[in-house]
Write a protein that binds this ligand. Sequence first.
Ligand SMILES: [Zn+2]
Length: 370
Amino acid sequence: MIDFSRGYSRRKFLAHTSCFGAFYAVAKLIPLSALAAELASDSRVSATPLVDKGFASVRKIGEGLYATISDPSKGNTTLCNGGFIAGKDSALLIEGFTTAGGASFQMEALRMVSQVPVKGALDTHYHFDHSMGNAFYGANGIALWAHATTAKRIVENYSPLQGADKDAVLGSFEKQVKDAKSETERQHAQSDLNAVTGLYQIANASILALPNHPLDPAKLPVTIDLGGLSAVIESHPGHSGTDMIVRVPQQNVVYAGDLLFNGWYPVCFDEKATVSGWRATLAKFAAYDKDTIFVPGHGQICGQEGIASIREVFDDIAAQAEKLFKAGVPVSEAQHRYVVPDKFKSFPIFAWGFTIGPAIAKLYAEWGTK
Ligand SMILES: [Zn+2]
């Protein structure tokens, strides 16, 4: 295969992405936490990254296993985490990232350690930060795998933003800032406006490319033989209705996509997100081997402590929401009444109306409110 990635100008992408002003305002507040001491001393995890570009670094986390970890405070090229698995015969890339430059960066990292053909690249779900760089795979003839409904949902959610009138897209969010009933509500609405403005800019700067290798969840799990290394692709409910994970059971490594936010408030806004489903998925992850290394969709790589932590966050949201629910507080108000406890003060909140607000609304819906 011709390696187009070499001629690919990442500098151009960086120049381009730096104009995502509103989004950068959100992302620059989200620094990457340091590798936990237990993982730093884990013999599977390499002490120094294979490559570090600031916006993301790639680190070896097992035999033929690598994690791409983003630091949003240093740029939007990748934004989400990913990784790759290189066997003796072929390799699997994970994530399309936010820009084609991000996917190109990961491909270059793979080529630093292996020259095997790429069997495919997987979008763990349809969200923009995992899929807007997909065009890189199209340009390089790499098959793109994803949940069977991912292509449809990319088209439905992001095509309408392209060429759309900015005021029409942002109007209702600007109105919420103006009409906020309290300073708290105003801040929540402003965080939502910043996130949607960033999404609008990124959608208009991107060429959407769709997965051509749909994975029917009814036919999963599927085991992919890469030559001495087997990866298992599974589908689980929770974050987006299109969520896939990649497990390497022989080495106790899991690429969890956005079913795991490590040290962040979970993003729950998706119409197909389900809080009860997500918590059930996390309970399954908690039952995996105690030495499991998880590559989350966002945040630093972690062990089981990362699973315990996000479960605690969901427990806390549910406990606070339940009190409000029992006190008869209407959902529109309850969504703004959650108080971040001291122990989660350092956890980034991507935007209130994409994380905590919808988590409370979904819990209310599950409890059967009007
Ligand atoms: Zn997501």
